[in-house]
Design a protein around this ligand. Structure first.
Ligand SMILES: O=C(O)CCC(=O)C(=O)O
Ligand SMILES: [Fe+2]
Length: 315
């Protein structure tokens, strides 16, 4: 079981205790469940329902909104927008393992530009498209809020200024991806939905409408993450936080297994500003040497993104 943490809104007296619980989870499993986040259930309902309506369109219709990466910030801007078909991405490649099977998942992605209604983004120009855009905008904004709360609690636990992460992530190219894993006939079951990987994020916020997500514990065993409520956030630490914490916080490998029933999940990736320097937190550098040299976030992320989108050979 991964720890369940209630954010207990309106109880500032519990803040330090909650921060410690989160920090403890980051050291142990790298995964925890967040409840009491204050996000209305309609935000989840709308995003799941609108995504499902989009995924039910014909392949030709969906391909008209094929995923592209924004180039708002030039060549290194990899934030994906739009639709990715089954088998078009490969989570193994993201971690530098070529030659592995691709992911059996459909995705619809948006980034920070979703917050601006006048941006031209790949959505259908009809009522369905407008609903999807509005729903993902609200969901994105909600995730920014919750990620901000968690980051602030982590700053407390790490003896950093409260706004440490806020000031280093306020223009980050965060990404939201709505997933549909088809149900598959068990007779033909190739059960890989998404290959094993770690996330390149600060933190990741995931919700799911059914089981499928698994994490790998330190002994190498795969454990089901059995969270029933679609509006509980499953939060995990990514590689960025692991590096920042000198590997005191773990970026835990995870994957998705397919089942005979279709599954939806929505995943929010919280990143850092391009010019943020990732340098071991003083708290974790006191009694042992820093394992990693300081690095700008932009340089840190570029290599992973090149692998994911196949723009460069795995190194
Ligand atoms: O869809 C899921 O449940 C897992 C997604 C995931 O791990 C990812 O996109 O990084
Ligand atoms: Fe992941």
């Amino acid at each position: 079981m991964i720890p369940v943490i209630d954010l207990e809104p309106g109880r500032p007296d519990l803040e330090r205790k909650i921060a410690e619980e989160i920090s403890e989870a980051c050291r142990n499993t790298g995964f925890f469940v967040v409840r009491g986040h204050g996000i209305a259930s309609e935000v989840f309902d709308d995003a799941y329902a609108a995504s499902l309506r989009f995924f039910a369109l014909t392949p030709e219709t969906k391909d008209a909104f094929a995923m592209r990466t924004s180039n708002a910030r030039g060549e290194s801007d990899y934030s994906p927008y739009g639709y990715s078909a089954l088998l078009s991405e490969n989570a193994f490649a993201y971690t530098g393992k070529p030659g592995m099977p691709s992911d059996y998942v459909e995705k619809f992605s948006v980034g920070r530009l979703i917050l601006h209604d006048d941006e031209e983004l790949p959505f259908p120009a009809d009522e369905l498209g407008a609903r999807l855009r509005a729903a993902l905008k609200r969901y994105f904004a909600a995730c920014e809020t919750v990620a901000g709360q968690i980051a602030e609690l982590l700053a407390l636990a790490l003896d950093l200024p409260r706004d440490f992460f806020a000031t280093r992530t306020d223009t980050s190219n965060d990404s939201l991806r709505s997933h549909l894993y088809p149900g598959v006939d068990p007779q033909f079951l190739n059960d890989q939905g998404m290959g094993q990987h770690t996330d390149g994020t600060l933190i990741t916020l995931l919700t799911q409408d059914g089981p499928g997500l698994q994490l790998q514990d330190r002994s190498g065993r795969w454990l089901d993450i059995d969270v029933q409520e679609r509006d509980s956030f499953i939060v995990n630490i990514g590689d960025l936080m692991a590096r920042w914490s000198n590997d005191e916080y773990v970026s835990t490998p995870h994957r998705v297994r397919l089942a005979d029933r279709q599954r939806q999940s929505i995943v929010f990736f919280k990143l850092a500003n391009d010019d943020t320097v990732i340098e071991c937190f003083p708290k974790f550098a006191a009694d042992r040497p820093a394992k990693y040299a300081p690095i700008r976030y932009e340089d840190f992320s570029l290599q992973k993104m090149n692998l994911l989108f196949g723009r460069e050979e795995a190194r």
